[in-house]
Write a protein that binds this ligand. Structure first.
Ligand SMILES: Nc1ncnc2c1ncn2[C@@H]1O[C@H](COP(=O)(O)OP(=O)(O)OP(=O)(O)O)[C@@H](O)[C@H]1O
Ligand SMILES: [Mg+2]
Length: 353
């Protein structure tokens, strides 16, 4: 019995397709274990300069039309090795479609997506170059997580012992011998990551990997992805959890309605939006404070006895209150965060198509 799950092992599947079509199949099958260089990537190995150069993702003019829906519309961006790049956009923006095109699962209507200058389908050793955790895949309900991974090891030419290594990395060592049908959502997510890591890939592409993870799991995922990027790998991760992305990502790509709306470092994207910050003021005399502030101040209600003030800084508000003899119970300056930037940048473009 086969069920659909939130795990996709791109490398293994493409390798299987390629080997069925005859490309390199006998050599890989015969010499797979002997040719495999044990990498032990999570014990300090860093990838070489050449590997790092090979891990750059470039998307150029990428377009995908489904009937009259422009799921992805002339999208261009680059993702750098050694960094975690957050891939953001409202529901239906085209994130999953873009990642699927990058991993050779969907043919673009136009444009190209490359890893190290080569399309995924043309990579020599796809499982070693790029690992993906996307939305849907088939897995056997009655099979253990460990057996699931061992099958992928066989398909990709990795030694079977690699299954136990990656189970350990994702914190599933104890659950590895339990049947997949009994896995929780978070366990399935972890198994998906384990599968993607089997080939110790240079490039890791993850579609909403934090879904279903508990707080401990979210921190684990953050630490893992940061460690992979610190070792020179390219990490591209889509997410709707903006507070988490703020802690995780170095760079951002934001799309809406299939098109690029922002690209750059986290700081530059958040810093690009119009309002430079606001001050939350709590006072028992809101009306008097409003009258006391100078003409540049814009006051908006925030709650009982609370207002947001923009246009003047906290010092100016405090001085004005002192001059007018108004008590101030709280004065907090709030800088714009990623949520503010995201909402402003995607405003009016968020409609699900
Ligand atoms: N196979 C398909 N057939 C028809 N339309 C599709 C197909 N795949 C995606 N689309 C459409 O393309 C658009 C982009 O979808 P996509 O899944 O890429 O968005 P997303 O950014 O991943 O959204 P979410 O945040 O909800 O996961 C949507 O309008 C969707 O309905
Ligand atoms: Mg999606």
């Amino acid at each position: 019995m086969v069920i659909l799950l939130a795990v996709l092992v791109v490398g293994g599947l493409v390798w299987l397709v390629q080997s069925r079509s005859g490309r390199d199949a006998p050599a890989r099958q015969a010499g797979a274990d002997a040719a495999w260089v044990p990498t032990r990537p999570f014990e300090g190995r860093t990838i070489s300069e050449a590997d790092i150069a090979g891990g750059r993702i470039v998307v150029s003019g990428l377009t995908k039309h489904y009937q009259d829906v422009k799921a992805v519309d002339d999208l261009s961006f680059a993702v750098e090795p050694g960094r975690v790049t957050g891939f953001l956009g409202p529901n239906g923006a085209g994130k999953t479609t873009t990642l699927r095109m990058l991993l050779g699962l969907v043919a673009p209507t136009a444009g190209i997506a490359t890893i190290g200058g080569v399309r995924y389908a043309d990579l020599d050793e796809p499982a070693r170059r790029a690992g993906g955790v996307l939305e849907a895949s088939a897995a056997h309900k009655g099979r253990t997580g460990r057996d699931h991974l061992r099958i992928i090891c066989r398909a990709t030419g990795a030694p079977l012992a690699r299954a136990d290594e990656v189970l350990e990395v994702v914190g599933l060592a104890a659950a590895g011998r339990r049947k997949f049908g009994g896995y929780s959502l978070g366990m399935r997510q972890r198994l998906g990551v384990a599968a993607a890591l089997i080939g110790d890939p240079q490039v890791l592409v993850l579609d909403e990997p934090a879904n279903g993870l508990d707080p401990d799991g979210i921190r684990w995922m953050r630490d893992l992805l940061r460690a992979l990027a610190a070792g020179g790998r390219t990490v591209l991760v889509s997410s709707h959890q903006l507070a988490e992305v703020e802690q995780l990502a170095d760079d951002l790509i934001i799309i809406a309605a299939g098109r690029l709306v922002a690209q750059g470092s986290l700081a530059s994207v958040v810093g690009s939006i119009s309002h430079g910050g606001r001050t939350l003021v709590r006072t028992p005399d809101v009306a008097k404070l409003t009258a006391a502030l100078d003409g540049d101040a814009v006051v908006t209600p925030a709650g009982t006895d609370e207002v947001y003030v923009t246009g003047v800084d906290a010092a100016a508000i405090g001085d004005a209150a002192r001059r007018a003899g108004i008590a101030i119970h709280q004065l907090v300056t709030q800088r714009p965060d990623l949520e503010d930037a995201f909402l402003e940048l995607t405003k009016g473009k968020a409609a699900i198509r």
